[in-house]
Ligand binder design. Structure first.
Ligand code: PYC
Length: 310
């Protein structure tokens, strides 16, 4: 299996170029559901230890089903599929440029939740225009054991997020363990209280905000991902959810830049235009770098060839 690894603002992506399973015909969302249901060994072998680690997002590259798209992609992590992934889309742009499959300019990409657009400024700098993003619930307060009341918004940015405006724990890298514990507790409390996204969807990402360290940034965040890892990047879908909330609160105008800093200090520049529904269409700009071009080997005698799973 051939994979290209990259990182976007510190967050890793592994694009599977050759050697993935045949997902059969049909719309991409159906094929993504088949990947999750029937090909756990494949996903686990790509992203879990010993070949991968908790933070890697897999991106299974497929030919497009639409003539106006350059490619299709299904994102997956250490637990499940992801509807969309901002950092991995930027990583995919850098990977396609590395492979000489695309040049500078605009390229549409199919994802299971809709078509997104990549604008390649150069081999490393990519803007991704995401699916329409919106706030679902404003100012939801839950009582988190050992912390007290925590208030946040529920919003969709291609994945479901609970966004807490003021983190009760300082957003410094030394606090990554306590921030992980905090956000896991918030997620558990949301589950216990029946707080969900639209149609009962699991809120699998928790995002807490605080003041930036970088004087050029507007905000710093810490993002808990579904499988318990934290996002090293400012999280593209999380920024999209944030823009939807800022727009609805009248705190950011269409076209105005929002610079989001991650817990490790990397940044994205984000802005939006109004959507056709009640939401916004975000564009997130960041940089990705290819880190390896590798062949994964699967030895039938290797007891962990399909990843370490409990
Ligand atoms: O950039 O959208 C994102 C993302 C989601 C999970 C990890 N990164």
């Amino acid at each position: 299996m051939r994979v290209i690894d990259s990182h976007t603002a510190g967050e890793p992506t592994r694009v599977v170029i050759e050697g993935g399973p045949d997902l059969g015909p049909g719309p991409l969302a159906e094929r993504a559901a088949r990947l999750e249901a029937d090909h756990l060994d494949f996903c686990a072998s790509v992203v879990l230890e010993p070949r991968g680690h908790d933070a890697i997002i897999g991106a299974f590259l497929l030919p497009p089903t639409r003539s106006d798209c350059a490619a299709s992609v299904i994102f997956f992590n250490n637990l499940q599929n992801l509807g969309m992934c901002g950092h991995a889309s930027i990583g995919l742009g850098a990977t396609l440029a590395y492979l000489d499959r695309v040049g500078p300019g605009r390229h549409s990409i199919e994802t299971p939740v809709g078509v997104v657009e990549l604008l390649l400024h150069d081999a490393n700098t990519v803007s991704v225009t995401n699916v329409e993003s919106y706030r679902h619930l404003k100012d939801v307060t839950v009582d988190v054991d050992g912390i007290g009341p925590v208030t946040g918004d529920v919003a969709w940015g291609g994945n479901w997020f609970f966004l807490v405006r003021e983190s009760p724990v300082a957003l410094v890298p030394q606090n990554i363990r306590p921030l992980t514990d905090l956000t896991l507790k918030i997620r558990e409390t949301l589950e216990k209280n029946g707080v969900t996204g639209k149609d009962g969807a699991w809120i699998d990402h928790i995002e807490v905000f605080g003041p930036p360290v970088n004087p050029d940034a507007d905000s710093r965040n810490f993002v808990l991902c579904p499988g318990g890892a934290y996002d090293r990047s400012p999280c593209g879908t999380g920024c999209s959810a944030k823009l939807a909330c800022l727009a609805e609160d009248g705190l950011l105008a269409p076209g105005q830049d929002w610079v989001q800093e991650s817990i490790i200090g990397s940044t994205y520049t984000a802005s939006y235009r109004n959507g056709t529904g009640s939401g916004v269409v975000p564009t997130i700009t960041g940089q990705a770098f290819v880190t390896s071009d590798a062949a994964l080997r699967f030895d039938p005698a290797d007891p962990y060839r399909s990843g370490i799973r409990f």
